[in-house]
Ligand binder design. Structure first.
Ligand SMILES: C[S@@+](CC[C@H](N)C(=O)[O-])C[C@H]1O[C@@H](n2cnc3c(N)ncnc32)[C@H](O)[C@@H]1O
Length: 176
């Protein structure tokens, strides 16, 4: 099989992308430490045309060389905003009518495969710190929690892998 050349992929330019309809999903990063993870989240959010990336607390902000190593320009296409603390971001998106969902391993969580997104709703999906996960303070103010089932020996997935799995799942269930 012949692999497609870049120009054959027919990607939108940044202006066209900005104007196109987005999946009604924002991603909230709760104190994510690695700038490479932040950049990869931007690139993945671009790929699934998410509305916005919300950077909270210590999560690094563009422009930054280390973020760009993995974002590859997606910090220009995907809208973003920074909040000093994650709880303020959650309250703000709650007021805007978003359903707040932690993507986390928690008691009484809903397994991703059984979750059915409502096409009339807007979602704010919170991903946690590489070591501590989503903070307890934030877990106390969410509407619900989605967990990705795991079948191996490791306790959790890398945050970006989790994001890729969840973004694809929402995209497929809402758009395909
Ligand atoms: C490396 S994990 C954090 C692990 C940490 N030990 C903890 O206590 O949560 C980083 C983030 O990835 C996401 N994540 C990883 N595995 C997950 C899973 N199986 N289900 C849902 N989210 C997951 C969560 O957002 C989590 O906060």
């Amino acid at each position: 099989m012949r692999k497609l050349k870049l120009e054959e992929l027919n990607r939108a330019d940044i202006e066209t992308f900005k104007a196109q309809e987005k999946l009604p999903v924002v991603v909230i990063l709760d104190n994510v430490r690695s700038m490479h993870n932040v950049g990869s989240i931007f690139r993945t959010a671009d790929g699934f045309a998410l509305e916005k990336v919300v950077l909270c607390g210590i999560t690094a902000q563009p422009p930054h060389r280390e973020i760009e190593k993995t974002a590859l320009g997606a910090t220009q296409s995907v809208d973003w905003v920074h909040f000093t603390d994650t709880s303020s971001a959650v309250q703000s998106f709650k007021q805007l009518g978003y359903e707040i969902i932690a993507i986390e391993q928690a008691e009484n969580s809903t397994m991703l495969n059984t979750f059915k997104p409502d096409p009339t709703k807007k979602y704010a999906l919170i991903f946690g710190n590489e070591v501590d996960g989503v903070s307890d303070e934030v877990m106390n103010i969410i509407d619900s929690c989605i967990e990705i089932p795991q079948f191996g020996t490791k306790h959790s997935f890398n945050i970006v892998i989790s994001a890729g799995i969840v973004f694809w799942d929402f995209f497929a269930k809402l758009r395909l």
